[in-house]
Every structure is written in C-alpha cells, then in structure tokens.
Design a protein around this ligand. Structure first.
Ligand code: KIV
Length: 290
C-alpha cells in the first residue's frame, strides 16, 4: 500500500496522517459501469475547494470536484463566469493536497477551453500540472465533442457536463431546469451521447427533468452523475456548502444534511460576547511565565 504524496505531520495542523490507501483511478470510476446495467455501487461525488474540507470529505467520496461554483461559494461572485485559471489552480492544488483516496477533477473555467481543442489542451494540461488532479470537467454538448476527443486522446481524462450548464447562464437566461420541451429534451440527449461517444469517462447531468437523466443513463456507455437529475443516475454530486446548509437559499434539488450557517453564527456570537465581557481568554488559554 502507498500514499499518493508525503504528508508533513510535524509542521502544520493542516496535515494529519491519513490511513495508507491507494487513490482511486479514472479507469476504476469508468469501469463501475457496463452499458445498459445499473452500477453496482453508485459514484459519490462532492465539491471541495480547500485542503481541510477535502480531508474531511475524502474518505466518504469516490470523486472530489473542484467546481467553478467556488466563484459563488468562496469568492461571492454573481456567477461562475468570472472564475479564473489562477483560482482553479490554487484551489485544485489545495484539494489534491488534502485528499488521498478520491479522484480529483477540476472544472475548466469559462473562456479557457471553448475557442478550440488546442486552447482546451493548453488550459487542461496547466490545470493537471499545477494541481496534481487526475481529470478536468468542461461544460457543453455536441459543440464540445471534438474537444473532449482531442483531450482524451492526449492523456487528459474528461468529465462532461450537460443539461443546465451554469457557464451558459447568459444564453440560457437563468438557472431553471432544462428539458421541459420536446426539442430541448432531444437536444440534451444528443449532447450527452456526443460527449460520451467522444470519450468522456463520466458525465455530470445537471438540472434536467427526471426522465431525460434516466434515459441518458440507460443509453450512454460511461457513468452519469446527477445533480438535480435522477436517482437512476450512476452517481450523485452536490455542492458541499449547499448540502451543509451554509446558504439560506438553495435550489430545489439540494438536500440539506446539516444547518451549519446558524451554528457558525451562534459560535461567533458566543465568542463576541465573551471577548466583550473579557471572559475570553481565561487562564486555560494563556501562557503563564516559567
Ligand atoms: O461547479 C460545480 O460545482 C459543478 C457541480 C454543480 C457539478 O459543476
């Protein structure tokens, strides 16, 4: 057994020693599915943006996604459009440092891959070199198939993303579920087929009416990972801060597994009260002279 990187336990509280495990691989994730069969073990994916969160989530996940949702979640941006390569590289490297079991995939930010397969290769290779992640994710359907094939043939595993594609918010006009009309549903199915046939090793399906996600899951060769899609997908993903209850408003498809925001606010309130009352720090939290 080997760890994938050396952890320094002496210099930083951020680096606890993990149990020695081998990191999952892209072929292992792809191999979970035999076309036409439900996967025996659904793929568990969560987003992560920091090393500490990666450490906490990693033992429970098969894949960690450094999503460009970090634009909104971490940076308070209005959408994912302004997210930069520098942001993705910095957070991607942190998540790889904080994980030792999951396959780490990184979103390609808007503007870093759409112009040509060559542009996509330059951006994707930079993301993998600077972070140590195993794969990139890019949004789009038929128009991106050539790029997915180009990257896959050159050593860059690709996660596809179809349906509600947040980087296209200005074209879509919002974040509503997709596929309500027959034409739109057919387009999403064509997009999914094109990306799978081009060689994506897994495909995120976001915000589509349920039967479309179920149909795509039956039809395509690679595993599907749903978010606001279908329980029949081969795996599921959620944005970590959404499922932890960090935001007041979340999409209908989010299940809140905790309600952290009020608990953090209560801790901050307790701390503020003790500081103002000079009740913190006490002798227990201060250094006495020798
Ligand atoms: O950016 C992100 O977090 C994502 C997930 C919602 C799939 O793309």
């Amino acid at each position: 057994m080997s760890t994938t990187f050396t952890l320094d336990t002496s210099t930083s509280r951020a680096n606890p020693t993990p149990a020695p495990v081998k990191r999952l691989t892209v072929p292992a994730i792809r191999g979970r599915k035999t076309q036409g069969q439900p996967v025996a073990e659904p793929i568990v994916m969560l987003t992560a943006y920091t090393a500490r969160m990666a450490q906490i989530l990693d033992p429970h996940c098969d894949m960690l996604l450094v999503g460009d949702s970090l634009g909104q979640v971490i940076y308070g941006l209005p959408s994912t459009i302004p997210v930069s390569m520098e942001m993705m590289c910095a957070h991607g490297a942190a998540v790889v440092r904080g994980s030792w079991h999951s396959v780490v995939a990184i979103d390609m930010p808007f503007g870093s891959y759409e112009a040509s397969p060559e542009q996509a290769f330059r951006s994707a290779s930079r993301l993998l070199k600077e972070t140590g992640a195993a794969a990139v994710k890019l949004e789009g359907g038929e128009a991106m198939a050539e790029t997915v094939a180009f990257l896959s043939a050159r050593g860059i595993p690709v996660v596809g993303h179809v349906g509600l594609t947040p980087q296209a918010v200005n074209v879509l006009g919002g974040y509503a579920a997709r596929g309500r009309s027959e034409a739109e549903a057919e387009k999403i199915v064509r997009d999914a087929r094109a990306i799978a046939d081009a060689g994506a090793f897994t495909l995120v399906i976001e915000g589509v009416v349920e039967p479309i996600a179920a149909l795509i899951t039956q039809e395509i060769a690679c595993p599907t990972i749903g978010i606001g899609a279908s329980a029949q997908c081969d795996g599921q993903v959620l944005v970590i801060d959404d499922m932890l209850g960090m935001f007041e408003r979340t999409a209908r498809f989010v299940k809140r597994y905790d309600d952290l925001a009020p608990r953090i606010a209560a801790a901050a309130e307790a701390y503020a009260g003790e500081v103002r009352a000079r009740a913190f720090p006490t002798a227990a939290e201060t250094y006495a002279p020798k």
